[in-house]
Ligand binder design. Sequence first.
Ligand code: ADP
Ligand code: ZN
Ligand code: ZN
Length: 716
Amino acid sequence: MRYWLSIVVATPAHSSVAGPLTYRSEWPLPPGSLVRVPLGKREVLGVVWELLPDSGDLPESQSKAVLGALDGLAPLSATWRRLVGFTASYYQRSLGEVALAALPPQLRELSTVQLARRLKRPVAPSPDTPNTTDLIALSAEQERAIAEFDADTRPALLFGATGSGKTEVYLRAAAKVLAGDASAQVLVMVPEINLTPQLQARFEERFAHLGKAQVVALHSGLTPAQRLKSWLAAHAGQARLVLGTRMAIFASLPNLRLIVVDEEHDPSYKQQEGARYSARDLAVYRAMIESSPDAPAASADARPEHEGKPAGICRVLLGSATPSLESWQATMVDRYQRLTMSERIGGAEQQGSLPAVRLVDMNHQPKHCTIAPPLLDAIAQRIARGEQSLIFLNRRGYAPVLACHDCGWKSECPHCSAFRVFHKIDRTLRCHHCGFTERVPRACPACGNIDIAPVGKGTERLEEHIAELLAGVTRPDGSPLRIARIDADTTRLKGALESQLASVHAREVDVLVGTQMIAKGHDFRHITLVAAINPDGALFSSDFRAPERLFGLLMQAAGRAGRDADHGEASEMWVQTFHPQHPLFGALKKHDYPTFAAQELKEREAAGMSPFGFSALVRAEARDQAVAQGFLNAAAAAAQAQQLPGIEAVTPYPAVPMTIQRVANIERAQMLVESPSRAALQRFLAAWQPLLHETRRQAEFKSLVRWAIDVDPLAI
Ligand code: ADP
Ligand code: ZN
Ligand code: ZN
């Protein structure tokens, strides 16, 4: 017998082979099977996509045979294939690229024998008898959120203030799903690897009765072997609970019943290269197809053990104190269910336990001061009381630029349209875009003046500056003040962040200086003052999402203060600004996300921006800016000339240089494409892809341009 199969293999993003390839096989391999097939001179991993009725037009002499199947491994489910297929078409990438990138890299190298050996070590599932005796009593808001969640089937958004106990809600929702069905699986996603160990510990502790093997992690910080192990456990249904970062959305989970997306607004959920998918959006999509009875039926999906089972529902639970405006808007129109928890745990006895927000009007402070005198006073008072302060600034390094006051020379990067940042600690100028690093010159390279000086402040200089300003301030026991800094530079080494955070928790630090890295997620107990030094840039950014991100960041940062009941009432959030009247700060003062969201949504609606309009960016790179822009404009003109499907509802704007126009000597341009209709935009992009390929083959662009599409871009 001879069978014809369409098989998906890894194809480069821009190869002309975008779809599956046809192979023949002696055995009838079901869709979803993992196989080894020849591709050119190589032997590669492939996924059987479809069983073809016949070979089509392919003469048998030209077809290649499947070399072997990874048997012992159940086929990937129809839902998994549908998720991958959707991702590829929605984000305008090839099926092969998405499908193979979604599998652990080690799977590609594994022989059938090695695989069989790995699969022989599974663990017997332990009986699900959770220990319910020492569970904490839920707050009234948590009780209500859980009850409401149970009574609905829509995607849910848990709108819960920082410290309102969202994690406990996730834990209870997961526990219920796992206890209700012995094969059910839960996926919990967090934005950053940094946050997985903390959460993993909490989930492992709560689900200790399941045994360690059933709670697994999936993120890029794992070794390839660990990742494969987690993946196999999830695929085999042994792992009941998978914790991971955005990549985990593609885990093979044959019986997925709940997806939790913590901090759903976080930009880390958007992949920034290759297929630029949003794991948050895919979580909502995946929950829908996992539940949907009209998903390709179990018969097309050769998993006999699951056949005949009633289709379970898969819920998705998004959580945030400052939801993305897309999710918030979805709750306004009842597409998503909204669950609200507005009070901090323990907040009832301590009214107003969210920190008071103090805006410092920098127009009325001494010129050029970095830290206004009243803020400095407040920090000194905290130190005197033995409390901690957190000060954040969004720029690492010592100073953004080094400048010569004689001739005006500045520390520009020779390869990028950006300034190199002065890092005092190793006396280097470092480009944060291309990494180009040089020792600081002894004198101005342009005029020889030896008096070159830093302009502006990064975290490193801020740390030094604060030490100077607070010289003479001592701790309650008279010992000297301790200042620490946490940012990408101080945490480069493995384990550095953990040990620095530990010293903050152990109260070995009085003033913590850092980037937004410290404003996220960490549960600091003794910080009673949080200060944002210079947040104004985001108010007037060309990026329409900048205010949303700033508001989220400030709310998050505020959430770091006063988490310990001992200090609750006295905690404060200070914001230095030249625009204290800005409505964003008005809403911040009241910790009022809904008001902020209403203001922003009104503006976005008027401007036809997300979530009221849809957009994609096409980015092009070339040695020459004119070539990059010329390519984009030519492709858009061709789309107009040919009246591509969807174009009547789609607006392509002229190509412009990207904000950071040049990186590592490559010129970058982008073109924004907008539409009030998601469907029209999708139709247009699908039709435009071949034209973009064709345009690139024209003589003036041939092998000079690289391009990629970013659908639903986060920043424009
Ligand atoms: P969020 O994620 O909403 O910011 P967390 O889940 O971190 O909040 O909860 C804040 C703190 O409150 C944590 O230390 C948590 O252990 C504690 N907590 C949560 N729920 C309860 C409860 N019902 N009773 C007592 N403490 C709780
Ligand atoms: Zn000079
Ligand atoms: Zn550079």
